[in-house]
Unconditional design. Structure first.
Lengths: 392, 133
């Protein structure tokens, strides 16, 4: 089951909660060089974890994510100018305490990484990046920010990051903080005491398509385990479960959130990935902008679509998409059974001519042509809150 | 979960139970545990031949596809159709209700090359130690 390319176990990086995951009996896997829990049999496994997040609440250790802080130097607007140049969304629109989805691009208009940009202060930004791209990202940020008057710090190892996700996440976390969480809007954040830890960053963000929070606490083992245990204790009445990377993947896939190395990469540009609404071409120059302008004029060769299987079979990463005649037309980037929908779903790059919802195509699964169709995305969208829930 | 004493086992975590020249084949409890929630099973057609050590089908969990390797050679005389609708039986009863196929054995002598329950249990115990090292 292990590939020859797997680094030796001792080379794998560990989060401060690694020992705790092992004590819980989690199944551990090598994820981009990190020894991470993929699922917890004690939670009932991947599908049970997925359903817990959709229906109630689950907690994820996402401390492998990286954190880059960009602050102004002597010139007050140095940080903003740098962030504007290295990311595609318009950070000038962010209020202090607000975050948004963005991406860092190569000059070709393809992805260095996607990123959540938090505006900590007028001249102070926190970029949360992927685990597998940490070194590459920090190097790239330093290189591309060097002409701006700013200070770039990597804080990745300073934080244990917990994602508390699901419709009851707010109820769980509220028990651990005096900060009024209902005041924090989606993709906003604040600082407050959590489990008595003052000035904890509390962000209403996540990667599950559900309401939820991500908190950033000091990364020593004792504090990390203490906070995890408090979250579990506070969540007991809501049947909270620890969740691994397996359910994190199925949850984000149902919500059509991109995963680096799959839907986005150094070979795929912003238009192809369908991330237009996070790319602000009129905000001024940024790395990748010129290439994107050309790419737009040239027209798209492929575009990311959702597909659902009609025939039996599960489309998976790298499987070939073909037409009725069996000619290759595209490739699957992520695929899985959807625990929420009870269908087999996938994301794939196909030619624009084949991208309309309802278009029939085929996925080659172990030599068999299996029928599928282009589906509306996101596959899953959480229900809008009712007025009664909003009050609570 | 106990490993039946009358079964034989492979290093790839299949089991085989031979009664009257017919071999029933499945995957072990260890294998289902490693896979996680099983959501899909693909089995060979009746009448097809399976060859020792070669893949004869697949079991898929949410996360991954796993090949199933034939512990012995033979002709498929039955496959467990129930698993199409309830693949999760592989997680709950891997050594019983979730048998995969029955084959008419080509060469009964092949069984002597497989592990008995005690040897298989020692084999997976050693794997467990490796994993936690």
């Amino acid at each position: 089951m292990e590939s020859a390319a797997t680094p030796h176990k001792s080379d794998l990086r560990k989060t401060p909660l690694n020992a705790l995951h092992r004590r819980l009996g989690a199944k551990m896997v090598n994820f981009d060089g990190w020894d991470m829990p993929v699922e917890y049999p004690s939670s009932g496994g991947l599908i049970a974890e997925h359903k817990a997040v959709r229906s109630s609440v689950g907690v994820f250790d996402v401390s492998h994510m990286g954190d880059i802080r960009v602050r102004s130097g002597l010139q007050l607007d140095g940080a903003l100018a740098a962030v504007q140049y290295i990311s595609m969304n318009d950070a000038s629109k962010l209020a202090i305490g607000q975050a948004h989805y963005s991406a860092m691009l190569y000059p070709e208009g393809t992805f260095v990484d996607d990123v959540i940009v938090h505006r900590l202060g007028e001249d102070d930004f926190l970029l949360v990046i992927n685990a597998g791209t940490r070194e590459k990202d920090i190097k790239w940020v330093r290189e591309n920010a060097r002409n701006f008057d700013c200070v770039v710090d990597e804080l990745s190892d300073a934080y244990t990051q917990l994602a508390i996700q699901g419709p009851r996440a707010v109820d769980v976390l509220q028990k651990l903080t005096p900060t009024g969480l209902s005041e924090i809007k989606n993709y906003w954040f604040t600082y407050g005491a959590v489990c008595g830890l003052r000035n904890t960053l509390i962000a209403r963000t996540g990667y599950t398509g559900e309401d939820g929070f991500e908190i950033y606490v000091p990364s020593d083992v004792e504090t990390s385990e203490k906070v995890w245990n408090h979250v579990m204790e506070a969540g007991r009445e809501f049947n909270i479960v620890p969740c691994g990377l397996g359910s994190r993947n199925t949850l984000r896939l149902e919500s059509k959130m991109a995963l680096y190395g799959h839907e986005i990469s150094d070979k795929i540009n912003v238009w192809e990935a369908g991330l237009d609404r996070y790319c602000k071409m009129d905000k001024g120059d940024f790395v990748g902008r010129a290439a994107l302008e050309q790419a737009k004029a040239a027209g798209l060769q492929r575009i990311l679509v959702g597909i659902e299987m009609i025939d039996r079979g599960i489309a998976r990463d790298k499987y070939c998409c073909c037409n009725e005649a069996g000619e290759a037309i595209g490739v699957v980037t992520s695929g899985s059974p959807s625990p929420t929908l009870g269908k087999n779903i996938a994301l794939a790059y196909v030619p624009p001519a084949c991208s309309a919802v309802g278009t029939v195509l085929y996925v080659e699964i172990r030599g068999q042509k299996c029928k599928a169709q282009v589906a509306a995305t996101p596959f899953y969208k959480r229900a809008k809150k009712t007025a009664a829930q909003q009050v609570s | 979960m106990a490993y039946p004493k009358n079964y034989r086992y492979t290093k790839e975590h299949e089991w085989v139970n031979v009664e009257g020249g017919v071999a029933t084949i499945g995957i072990t409890d260890y294998a289902q545990h490693e896979l996680g929630d099983v959501v899909f099973v693909e089995l060979p057609k009746l009448g097809s031949k399976i060859e020792t050590g070669k893949s004869f089908g697949t079991v898929e969990s949410v996360k991954a596809v796993s090949e199933i390797y034939a512990p012995v050679a033979g002709e498929v005389i039955e496959s467990n159709g129930e698993l199409q609708n309830t693949p999760e039986t592989i997680n709950t009863d891997p050594h019983g209700a979730a048998w995969l196929i029955k084959v008419r054995l080509t060469n009964a002598a092949e069984l002597s090359g497989l592990m008995d329950a005690a040897a298989y249990e020692a084999y997976i115990a050693a794997k467990g130690k490796e994993a936690s090292a």
